[in-house]
Design a protein around this ligand. Sequence first.
Ligand code: UTP
Ligand code: MG
Length: 591
Amino acid sequence: MALFNRANLNSLFLLSHYYYKFATVTVRLKTRERTLLSSTMMQEKIRKSSEKKTESSNVKSNTFETAIANRRDQACRSILVQVYSLNSQDDLQNYCAQFGNILSMHHYKKDKQHNHILVEFKNIVSVNEIISSASFMDGDLITPVKSSVFWFRKGQLRHKKNNQKKIILSTENGCTYPTEKDILKFLQNAKSVSGQIIKLYEILKLSDLETRLRFHTAHHLEQYFSRLFQNTKVLPFGSSLNGFGRKRCDLDLVLVSDNIEEVNIYTYIKNKSASRLVFHTKPMKLSERHETKEFMRILASVMQHFISGVHNVRKILEARVPIIKFHYEYTNIECDLTTTNMTAVYMSELLYLYGEIDWRVRPLVTVIRKWAKSQEITSDVPGQWITNFSLSLLVLFYLQQKDILPSLKLLKTYATHDDMRCTETGIDCTFLRDLEKLPAEFKYKSNQDNLESLLYGFFEYISTFDFHTQGMCIREGVPVRKPSRSALHITNPLETTLNVCKNVNIYELNRITEKAHDAVYMLETTDKSRNSNWGLMALLNMKENDIMDMVDGNKRKEQSISDYSEDYSHEISEVNEVDINQPKKKKTDII
Ligand code: UTP
Ligand code: MG
């Protein structure tokens, strides 16, 4: 009890400190209903603004910004409900249909016991009504924020009749991860190495449900943060969005304020109120590093103590970009949250764009990331080895040399007024977004190499590249004289004074080139007619017997994890940069 009281006192202290330190909304006169209404209006505005922008600038509906706006809108119109079992679907549909038209229902199992259904409504008004009518669990002492994540409890009352037809589940038991054995089977059935690469990409890429759940996760956090800060939003970025993500990859999130003078759909339409009364507020200067760190420290505490579904919060505040790492329970995703890091979001947009320019880009990046993991060139923990992000840039650079992708300089040359973007720190992120405006040679390419020869060519290129004197520059699209003493230099395309591979040491670089050399040999000698372990199976070290051992090993490992899975620490750990860079856990147990 004493512990409980102390937790409550701590929580109250945190909240009051929080409000004192950062609240820009100290005079909150709005009622909850008004807040809900304004959030509805805000979402409407985003949608209208995006539609208007799409019409006025004739931007194709598949641009990154439009895709994000649509996914964010979808997340606002959806609720996540934990149900007893899949059999609850009809009951849940009947109940939810009272609040409005349902567009889709997706089911997934987080583990053997936890069933969830993501219900998408046609209108956000339905979600707001559901939130208004839902109740808290008996015994909830600290009134938490009302969000769109629920339990579905046993009903006593009959629901009002509704005329909506039964919704067929769009996904049943989604979010399952293919085992290495599944992957092996797919690869065995392919007819060529190019076919294997396409299959691998199809199996590993994020499904529609997984993308929905990533936007739902961002939306859920945003619901909490927006009760504390006016005009903030949480945007997903990184591989979950740029098309290079694989199932179960971490979710990168950024908390941004829309006080930045930007004209694009990430920002809500500014409320140019005619009122002569303006709030007194305490401004945050998140551009100042020490304020960002302090802000994130407090944010981490709030997340750990108040946001449902958030567990195992770790702060890494000494990194170049301070981050909060946490586990989001409902969707079973590991997340990294940063603040005001719009350059990283625009970087994701650039990578997305390169993936859109040619259909071969994403399958090729996928297979090279998978190869790098199988060779322990990359790892889930940071250190002195290459990251997936840098590896993706390496592939893009190679494709520029093959005249498949244009340089960033060219994308900048063709940029229009609508493409102008500048971050809060003054980084120019302007580049062409409408691919229809690309010059013909990049729409109809002379290079029609298949995936197999591109993969082979990639390994050959990096095993012979002069890393000693040359660096790679996506912006120029050509090798450049190495401007630094780092072992590996890949210029950050948007911040050209930075090297994205500064962390990579000479030992790791040599391993990359050696492994690439081995891969060339492997692809030259692997022959489908003479070897059952051909093509990617050889390249990725996948042998049937090993896989069977691994599956058993996995089962044992899963068992031991599930034994402890509910035992989340309530302590927030602080990790400094030195700690996370320790090469203590390079080896990955399981591929
Ligand atoms: P990540 O390291 O998480 O990379 O950085 P990723 O592409 O998401 O790959 P995985 O799947 O997690 O391994 C997230 C994003 O941050 C930006 C890029 O947009 C990247 O996709 N970023 C990262 C930079 O802008 N610069 C960097 O040096 C690193
Ligand atoms: Mg990531």
